[in-house]
Design a protein around this ligand. Structure first.
Ligand SMILES: Cc1cc2nc3c(=O)[nH]c(=O)nc-3n(C[C@H](O)[C@H](O)[C@H](O)COP(=O)(O)OP(=O)(O)OC[C@H]3O[C@@H](n4cnc5c(N)ncnc54)[C@H](O)[C@@H]3O)c2cc1C
Length: 439
């Protein structure tokens, strides 16, 4: 790596670390600053009852080609374990298999006309290559228009609630176009079409590998390094200073890899116009309980729910994806509640959430007892999925904020749901723009 001042990257999640690795590969000095004592942000790990697990569930799709290529470069692609998983719907008090297209077409809540309309809606999205025409209409209006009310309430709405929470209509139909396009391209994969991947030893392995690749290329990675301010940028060479850990650190350039409101706070005092662009970007967050169980719960990786009494939006059983042996022979389930920042769910205590969730789980699995629960924990993240709003997908925040100062985050990814393959793709296609921004 050539010497000189480093480019300082703020945020040690998937975006900041992958960008750090890509720049370091090109011989550019980098230093990544992560606020938390651990790396990985939303994909980081924690431990519950002595078992290491991810704060939020993560799987790999066979079509995640950019992510898989990165894992190959890092020498950890062999750690992706592919498994055939099952999906279910909890409907009318019972669990129904919904793994294959044939299962969907047999779903008892649908009549022949609904099934044809389901095939039509999927085909309509699948045949169109451009998301822009889908961006002007709220997602539920589009789905009702093409599929009718019964199909909407029995299939589409549970799926929207599971992914986007109660406020799904703040998203455009381009979200469903992207989801269907991703699903159809997975089905085209020959040998792995029905399979999902998990990383043996958890997603944390990716961040260990990225960190050591950055260090081997001569870069730096700092954890517990909270960036509190950015100053400068006014001299002829547009040099910025990053303030972290009580020190003023010189830079050759800065890239903010944090959610938009965090970036807005950091640039607000120096670039109020830029902050005014970033601050209004809203996010869907998630409050997610994780339960470690001594028994098997369902055969499904994902159980979608049509029963509106249930307080969570799905049951994700990662032990049905990765295997119970990954979790010291426990079942690990996640009970997410996706919520906008004004939702009352953010005010609920962990204990109240747990009580509410266990009562809900007993509606699905009536013989579940308190003794089955070995440990539980609640994880919260306010900034998960940017909400660009209906018709707003064309106006994403720019990469270059000012000479020497750049921004790269999931807020620039649209209409794809937030997942790491899209993150890696976004970085790879933005590298030139980053280099131009940093001069
Ligand atoms: C419930 C859930 C399920 C998911 N499932 C999947 C899945 O199955 N597959 C998949 O591919 N993806 C999945 N994802 C998405 C995946 O987690 C994200 O794509 C990815 O983590 C985004 O990384 P990021 O670096 O852009 O953001 P973040 O992870 O939010 O990273 C931003 C980082 O910036 C740091 N930071 C903030 N402020 C400062 C500061 N002042 N100074 C220094 N550092 C700071 C934060 O601590 C954080 O580490 C899921 C996410 C969630 C929440």
């Amino acid at each position: 790596m050539s010497g000189g001042l480093p480019i300082r990257i703020i945020g040690g999640g998937m975006t900041g670390l992958t960008l750090g690795y890509r720049l370091a590969q090109q011989g550019i000095p980098v230093a990544v600053h992560e606020r938390d004592p651990y790396l990985g942000g939303l994909a980081s790990e924690s431990s519950l009852g002595g078992v290491v697990l991810e704060r939020f569930y993560h799987c790999v799709l066979p079509t995640d080609t950019a992510l898989l290529a990165l894992l190959r470069e890092l020498g950890i692609d062999g750690d992706v374990k592919w498994n055939r998983t099952r999906t279910g719907f909890f409907h009318d008090g019972r669990m129904i298999e919904m793994t294959s297209t044939a299962d969907f077409l047999k779903f008892p809540a649908l009549n022949v006309a609904d099934r044809m309309r389901l095939a039509w809606t999927i085909g309509y999205c699948g045949l169109r290559k451009n998301w822009k025409r889908f961006d002007r209409e709220p997602v539920s209006r589009f789905l009702r228009r093409h599929g009718g009310e019964r199909l909407f309430t029995s299939i589409w709405e549970p799926l929207l609630l599971a992914k986007l929470g109660q406020d799904y209509d703040r998203f455009a139909a381009s979200f469903i176009w992207a989801t269907i396009t991703r699903m159809l391209s997975a089905r085209k994969q020959r040998d792995r079409s029905e399979k999902l991947g998990s990383i043996k030893g958890r997603y944390g392995k990716v961040f260990v590998a990225l960190r050591s690749a950055i260090l081997s290329a001569g870069g730096e990675v700092h954890t517990s390094s909270v960036v509190s301010a950015i100053t400068g940028g006014t001299d002829a060479r547009a040099r910025w200073t990053v303030h972290a850990d009580g020190k003023a650190l010189e830079t050759r350039g800065v890239v903010l890899c944090t959610p938009a409101p965090v970036a807005a706070d950091l640039v607000g005092p120096i670039l109020p116009d830029v902050a005014a662009l970033l601050r209004p970007i809203e996010y869907l967050g998630v409050v997610c309980e994780v339960l470690l169980l001594n028994r098997a719960l369902t055969p499904y990786y994902v159980l979608n729910l049509t029963d509106r009494r249930l307080p969570f939006t799905g049951i994700i059983d990662v032990s049905n994806l990765a295997g119970r042996d990954e979790f010291r022979d426990h079942t690990v389930i996640y009970l997410p509640r996706y919520a906008v920042s004004t939702s009352a769910v953010w005010e609920m205590s962990d204990e109240a959430l747990h009580k509410d969730n266990v009562a809900g789980l007993k509606l699905v699995v009536p013989d579940l007892s308190e003794e089955d629960i070995a440990a539980w924990g609640v994880y919260r993240a306010k900034y998960v999925q940017p909400i660009h709003g209906v018709g707003k997908g064309g106006a994403l925040p720019p990469v270059q904020l000012a000479p020497g100062l750049a921004y790269l985050s999931t807020a620039q990814i649209h209409p794809w749901p937030v997942f790491n393959d899209a993150v890696v793709r976004h970085i790879d296609t933005s590298l030139n723009a980053i280099r131009v921004a940093l001069g």
